[in-house]
Design a protein around this ligand. Sequence first.
Ligand SMILES: C[S@@+](CC[C@H](N)C(=O)[O-])C[C@H]1O[C@@H](n2cnc3c(N)ncnc32)[C@H](O)[C@@H]1O
Length: 249
Amino acid sequence: MSQPSRKSHVVYSRKEFDVLYKTKAGVLPEQADLFAPLTAAPWETENVQGIVLGWKERDLFGYRVLDSGCGSGKDSVYLAQQGHMVLGYDFSDSAIAAARRRAREHGLGLERVEFAIADATDLRLEGEFDSVLETGLYHTLAEDKRVSYLSGLRRMSPSGNLLLNCVSDILPLNFPGPFLVSRDNISSTFRASGWKVESLEEGWYETLFTPETIRQFSVLRDLPPVDERKLVLNDAGRVMCPVWLVVAT
Ligand SMILES: C[S@@+](CC[C@H](N)C(=O)[O-])C[C@H]1O[C@@H](n2cnc3c(N)ncnc32)[C@H](O)[C@@H]1O
């Protein structure tokens, strides 16, 4: 199945992701460029996303959780604080360093939360998990990588569940972001990877973008302008990104 075509496509390499997690510390000038005018990646919000809180409220997480593409560990640390045993992994060294720092700052030991550097497209981690949490990695992978990625997660959790959110194809045209994912793509890819989709709903993911910073971002990168009439904002004036919420077993 081909990717929906779009001129405002922004997908980062491992090196660039790695740089993104350093921007908060204000390291090198060229690093600050990747998400300028934001000073951090747009998913680095202060609070745990309502999506994850909602899954927790519905009691969907098993005891042992694998946080796939955990970034700076916000969700892993939250779930560990809620009594789960968590392994978070990411291919970015600086993300994992930030996640380990976060866990230490919250007084969480390795018996509660651990972090590892690993590549989702060639997953070689040990262990078996009751739940896999996946917020925002799937939609960074091109189509030809998705089945083997999700099959790898199935091996890590042969009888558990997968809670995943990814950017949906109802995103306003020209929004700068990763691959847009269609409902059909989810159904076929999950089936081919050994996962049964139990529910597939529309949801909203808070970003650090405002309409103004999206405009500046697009101008800086010579991207086509976003149709701002279609942007949905939360009470803080931040852009909410439409996502698919997938629960699979
Ligand atoms: C949009 S961010 C989401 C991070 C985190 N889950 C959150 O919601 O804050 C996507 C994450 O996936 C990681 N990632 C992308 N491709 C990856 C791969 N092939 N293997 C491991 N991690 C990957 C990136 O480094 C990044 O941290």
